[in-house]
Design a protein around this ligand. Structure first.
Ligand code: S3P
Length: 168
């Protein structure tokens, strides 16, 4: 299996870049958040509220195990997938990891009006986003086979860069 896993902070553009990359390459697209919603029959805020974050993290791991057995795909990962060593190990065993790196300012612009991210509720400001990002950046950087900066760039341009960097 030779998946390409897109990781990075919430709002970095993993879903939209994943769609563009899938269209460019003809490779199937998988989105871990969508699979979680599908499996549970409820939204991500509801999963967090009713079962807690720990449950969601276990669910993400089980979803990754399933994905690891699927044909090669572009996998758009939820922002917390790459903060667990077991997930990173699993992703590395069946593909390459691409970190979409964004500045807090870029993230804030993209998440400002969304209400679908429980971890950002009441935290949609530069200080809180910077703080949460600082806790995660080293996981993202250590996990990454490829790092692509996304600030002030168009989705298609980012997808084209990834296509050039990865063997499809
Ligand atoms: C999370 C990111 C979200 C979603 C959940 C938790 C995180 O996905 O999985 O709200 O911990 O960073 P996106 O990165 O697609 O927003």
């Amino acid at each position: 299996m030779n998946h390409i896993f897109l990781i990075g902070f919430m709002g970095a553009g993993k879903t939209s870049v994943g769609k563009a990359l899938s269209t460019l390459t003809g490779v199937n697209l998988i989105d871990t958040d969508s699979l979680a919603v599908e499996r549970e029959g409820r939204s991500i805020p509801k999963i967090f509220k009713e079962y807690g974050e720990g449950y969601f993290r276990r669910l993400e791991y089980l979803i990754l195990v399933n994905i690891s057995e699927m044909p090669s795909s572009v996998v758009s990962c939820g922002g917390g997938v790459a903060i667990r060593d077991e997930n990173i190990k699993l992703m590395k065993s069946c593909g390459k990891i691409c970190y979409l790196r964004a500045k807090p300012q870029t993230i804030l612009k993209r998440v400002e009006y969304s209400n679908n991210r429980p971890l950002l509720e009441g935290k949609k400001n530069i200080e809180d986003i910077t703080g949460l990002m600082e806790q995660r950046v080293h996981y993202y950087e250590n996990a990454a086979d490829i790092i692509v900066d996304v600030d002030d760039r168009k989705t298609l341009e980012i997808a084209e860069e990834i296509r050039c960097l990865v063997d499809f």
